[in-house]
Design a protein around this ligand. Structure first.
Ligand SMILES: [Zn+2]
Length: 479
């Protein structure tokens, strides 16, 4: 039995998908922007400049708060978090501290693995800092890109309620999906618009007090989060079992080496000083505004899954898998709208499409096969033009970029379903002649051998023979 229990809390920084920054009119979508081209005196904090709050960012934060069941506070306060770092030209970051916009709420996680609810402590608004670039043309010099200064973020802080790496991963995936569903964040860990830090400690099972925690940074994939948490729990157990003490520190996850490494201990840690930003009025949010935002809340994953089971007759397990990603759920609905039987569409998406997406490690946005093409493919199986096996071959070919002209691919690969009984009979005769032992078994009553013969013929025809016809003709010949 386990002697220790892990205590895990997560802090997520999500970049809000606004057009402009948190406190100025600079563009906040930085993709492809050369360094230091989307900056102004406000976001770089020149003396005499005044920040103005981006109402769109506030609205997105309210949306997240409402979706997660938080209390939205009528009055919240922006504070200056003072510290010195080269990527922070102002010398402080504007964040919410004592009075955040949202408190409470929870993330409800329902997957195959778990059905739990993780309470939140707070969600607050803040601005991002710039970025140091250590590999920009000179081996001994660092450069700094201020583009990211002032980009709007929400920080979502969970309670210390996760107990395993799997729970941490499921929580994060669910939270990411909520944000993507709401359209407030792109949710891409690799690109850094959805970032996670993990606080981890261990304690003997049954003990109430928390152990000393270490903070984990640099987690840029869901897998990295789960691996880092698992590694860190084991590391702390070894320290304690060896008679040592866990020290409070910040650690970095080294994904290539598969371990966490000390970054700075508490003594060197930033000792932040906060005070209310004198340039910004308290943020006031009235009931009317909250009501307007509430009216724009879209259908979220769980509600969508329940509707799928109701309206399309697919299983709850399938519906849960497909609604994990909003774009995948949309893809399913469009495939069904193009005329594919929903259950078959769901099967294809879960087995074939998800496998390809996993292998290519790309999102559904990169899928070369549109919903109308999948519906067409399923239609061709339904009307007997091609077998299910052939359809898989065509699907893989389309995915590999051989084009999406399904009928053209069938012809060029010679994959039309063979319903010519003369040709099939010839293959049956060959199979029987080549396998006298199996024939004898069949005739002596071992009817299961029929499957062996079907397999032989499907192999000989490269899967193009019509399986029903093969069965029928075989039974007749084997008598
Ligand atoms: Zn600016």
């Amino acid at each position: 039995m386990a002697r220790y229990e892990a205590v895990i809390g997560l802090e997520v920084h999500a970049q809000l998908a606004t057009r402009s920054k948190m406190f100025c009119a600079c563009a906040s979508n930085l993709k492809d922007a050369p360094p230091n081209t989307t900056v102004c005196p406000v976001c770089t904090g020149h003396p005499g400049t005044l920040p103005t709050v981006n109402a769109g960012a506030v609205e997105m934060a309210i949306k997240v708060g409402l979706a997660l069941g938080c209390k939205i506070h009528a009055r919240s306060i922006f504070a200056r978090k003072n510290y010195f770092y080269p990527d922070l030209p102002k010398g402080y970051q504007i964040s919410q501290y004592e009075s955040p916009l949202c408190t409470g709420g929870s993330v409800k996680v329902k997957t195959k693995r778990t059905d739990s609810e993780f309470p939140l402590i707070r969600i607050h608004l803040e601005e991002d800092a710039g970025k140091l670039m250590h590999d920009y043309g000179h081996p001994e010099k660092s450069h700094v890109d201020f583009n990211r200064c002032g980009v709007p973020l929400i920080e979502i802080v969970s309670g210390p309620d996760m107990r395993s790496p799997g729970e941490a991963g499921d929580y994060l995936r669910t939270l990411r999906n909520v944000l993507v569903y709401l359209g407030v964040c792109e949710g891409n860990l690799q690109e850094g618009n959805f970032r996670c830090d993990a606080n981890i400690s261990i304690r003997p099972v049954g003990q109430r007090e928390f152990g000393t925690r270490a903070e984990m940074k640099n987690l840029n994939s869901f897998k990295a989060v789960e691996r880092a948490v698992a590694y860190e729990i084991e590391r702390q157990i070894k320290v304690v079992d060896g008679g040592g003490k866990v020290v409070q520190e910040t650690r970095l996850w080294n994904d290539a080496a598969g371990r966490t490494e000390s970054m700075r201990s508490k003594e060197e840690a930033h000792d932040y000083r906060y005070f209310p930003d004198p340039d910004l009025m308290p943020l006031t949010v009235d009931e009317k505004w909250i009501g307007r935002v509430r009216a724009t809340l879209p259908e979220l994953a769980h509600a969508k899954a329940m509707r799928f089971t109701r309206d399309y007759g697919i299983t709850e397990a399938d519906a849960l898998i497909m609604t994990e990603d909003k774009r995948l759920a949309d893809y399913f609905e469009e495939t069904a709208a193009c005329g594919a039987p929903p259950k078959k569409a769901a099967n294809w998406i879960i087995s074939e499409l998800l496998r390809e997406l996993k292998e290519s490690e790309e999102g559904i946005a990169a899928c070369p096969i549109g919903p109308e093409k999948l519906a067409e493919l399923i239609g061709l199986i339904e009307d007997g033009t091609i077998s299910g096996k052939t359809a898989k071959t065509i699907f893989a070919a389309m995915y590999r970029g051989e084009g999406v002209d399904i009928r053209g691919l069938i012809e060029s690969k010679n994959l039309q379903q063979n319903t010519d009984s003369k040709i099939i009979e010839k293959h049956i005769d060959d199979a029987i002649a080549a396998n006298p032992k199996q024939l004898e078994q069949y005739r002596s009553g071992k009817k299961a051998v029929l499957g062996f013969f079907v397999g032989q013929i499907m192999k000989a025809t490269e899967g193009t023979a019509n399986p029903e016809l093969v069965n029928e003709l075989l039974k007749r010949k084997l008598k």
